[in-house]
Design a protein around this ligand. Structure first.
Ligand code: ARG
Length: 430
C-alpha cells in the first residue's frame, strides 16, 4: 500500500532496501507526525480547502490516533512504507474521501521534517532537564565535600592540591557550556518547516503562520528550499550538542573509573552499583562508568557520521536523508540513558576523606610553599630553585593548609556564581 501507488509497484527487495529501518524508527516520531497532521488539517480548514465538518472529523480521528501512539499501540505493518502512509491509510479507512484530503498541500518531505523537528525539540528539552538535574547534584556534592582535598594531576603526575569541591563543580560548570549548545540546537529546530511540501512550496494559498502558531514553533523557516535544507542540518546541530554533553559526561566517567581503581582509591560506590567478575571473586568493577565512557565516546562520532552522510548533497530532498534517523535516534536514547544512570549513581558516591595523608602526595604542596617564600619577599625563580634543591636533598616538608582564595580555586569555589550562570542559561531557553 504505497501513497504513490499508480500500478507497477517495486518488488520485495526494492521495498525492503528502501524502507530499511523506517518502520521501527518512525514509531518514535509518529506522535509528532499526528500532531502536525492535526495542525495541517485545521490550517486547510482555515483557508477553505476543507469544510468545518471535515476538519472536525479529521481532528477527532487524529486525536484518537495520538492516544494510541502515546500508549505505544501505534503500529506500522509491512504493508506500509512509513508512519506517513499509515496515518493517511487510517484516516481514509475511517473517513473515506475526507481522509484522502489530508495530503493536500503537503509532502512526506515536509511531514518528516516537521515531525523530526518537533521530536528533537521535545528530546532536547528533556535532555536539558536531565543535564540541569545532574548539575544540581554536582553542585550539592561540591558544597558537601568542598573541604576534602584531592590530588590534582598534570601529565597524570602528582601536581597541585585539588578538592572534591573543585572536581564536582568543574563538571557542573562544564555542563553550562553544554546547555548553551543544546539551546542553540533547539533554536535551529524551532523553525516551522511545514508548508515547504516537497521542498518548493505549493500553489495552494496555505497559511504557514497558522501551523507555526498551532505547533508552538518560535518562528518558521520562511524560504521553502531553506526549510528542506534543514533536513540533515537540524540533525547535525543536535548531534553536536549531544556530543558536547557526551564529552563532559565521558570525561567525568573516565575520572570516576580512575578514582575507583585501588591504585587511586579516592571514591567508591555501594556494591549494587558495581559488577563482578566470572573468575576473580574479589572484583567490584565500574562497568556503569566504563559504559558511560564508551557510549559518550561513540557519541563524539555522531556529528561526523551525519556530516559525511549529508555533506555533498545538493539542495532539495534526497532519500539519503532518511538515514539520518538511523544515526541520530539511537544516539539520543544513549545519551539519555547515560545521563540517567550517571545521576542516580553519583547520588551514592562515597568520598575518601583522608587521601592526602599518604606521604606520596606531599609534593602537591611544593608550589604553595614556593609562593609563600615569594610573599615573604623572595623573587619567584630563586624560591623555585630553593624548593627544588630541598626536594632533591629530601629536606622538603609540606605545609598542607592549601590556602587558595581567588575565584574558582579550591578555597573559593564560586558555587553560587556557577549556579547563577546556569540559571541564566536555562532562563534564556525559557
Ligand atoms: N522516510 C522518508 C525520510 O525519512 C520520508 C520521506 C520520503 N519522501 C520521499 N520523497 N520518498 O526521508
Amino acid at each position: 500500500m504505497k501513497l504513490w501507488d499508480k500500478g507497477g509497484n517495486p518488488d520485495e527487495q526494492t521495498d525492503q532496501f528502501t524502507v530499511g529501518n523506517d518502520r521501527e524508527l518512525d514509531l518514535a516520531l509518529v506522535k509528532y507526525d499526528i500532531i502536525a497532521s492535526r495542525a495541517h488539517a485545521r490550517m486547510l480548514g482555515s483557508i477553505g480547502l476543507l469544510g468545518g465538518k471535515e476538519v472536525e472529523q479529521l481532528t477527532a480521528e487524529l486525536d484518537r490516533m495520538l492516544q494510541e501512539a502515546e500508549a505505544g499501540r501505534f503500529t506500522i505493518e509491512k504493508d506500509f512504507e512509513d508512519m506517513h502512509s499509515k496515518i493517511e491509510y487510517l484516516l481514509t479507512e475511517a473517513l473515506g474521501d475526507t481522509g484522502k484530503k489530508i495530503h493536500t498541500a503537503r509532502s512526506r518531505n515536509d511531514q518528516v521534517l516537521v515531525a523530526l523537528q518537533l521530536y528533537l525539540k521535545d528530546e532536547l528539552g528533556g535532555i536539558r532537564d536531565q543535564v540541569s538535574e545532574l548539575f544540581s547534584l554536582l553542585i550539592n556534592l561540591a558544597a558537601r565535600y568542598k573541604g576534602v582535598l584531592l590530588p590534582g594531576y598534570t601529565h597524570l603526575q602528582i601536581a597541585m592540591p585539588s578538592s572534591f569541591g573543585l572536581w564536582f563543580s568543574a563538571y557542573a560548570e562544564s555542563l553550562v557550556d553544554d546547555i548553551y549548545l543544546l539551546h542553540a540546537a533547539y533554536r535551529v529546530a524551532d523553525q516551522n518547516p511545514l508548508g515547504s511540501a516537497a521542498g518548493y512550496g505549493s500553489s495552494f494559498p496555505i497559511d504557514r503562520d497558522f501551523t507555526t502558531k498551532a505547533l508552538g514553533f518560535g518562528t518558521q523557516k520562511f524560504n521553502v528550499v531553506a526549510a528542506q535544507m534543514g533536513r540533515g542540518k537540524v540533525e547535525r546541530t543536535t548531534a553536536t550538542a549531544l556530543a558536547s554533553v557526551g564529552a563532559t559526561l565521558g570525561k567525568m566517567a573516565m575520572d570516576v573509573c580512575l578514582y575507583m581503581s585501588q591504585n587511586f582509591n579516592f571514591i567508591s560506590f555501594p556494591d549494587h552499583l558495581t559488577t563482578g567478575s566470572s573468575i576473580m571473586p574479589h572484583k567490584k568493577n565500574p562497568d556503569i562508568f566504563e559504559l558511560i565512557r564508551g557510549k559518550c565516546n561513540a557519541l563524539q562520532g555522531v556529528p561526523v557520521q551525519l556530516t559525511t552522510l549529508t555533506t555533498n548533497l545538493p539542495s532539495g530532498y534526497h532519500r539519503d536523508l532518511q538515514l539520518t534517523k538511523d544515526i541520530l535516534l539511537p544516539a539520543i536514547q544513549n545519551l539519555k540513558a547515560c545521563l540517567e544512570i550517571a545521576t542516580s549513581s553519583l547520588r551514592e558516591v562515597r568520598v575518601r576523606e583522608d587521601i592526602l595523608n599518604d606521604p606520596k602526595y606531599d609534593y602537591l604542596f611544593s608550589v604553595d610553599a614556593l609562593n609563600q617564600r615569594v610573599l615573604e619577599g623572595m623573587p619567584f625563580r630563586d624560591a623555585y630553585r630553593e624548593l627544588a634543591a630541598e626536594i632533591e636533598a629530601g629536606t622538603y616538608r609540606p605545609k598542607k593548609d592549601a590556602r587558595h582564595t581567588h575565584q574558582g580555586s579550591i578555597g573559593n569555589l564560586c558555587l553560587e556564581d556557577i549556579q547563577k550562570k546556569m540559571m541564566q542559561a536555562l532562563e534564556a531557553w525559557g
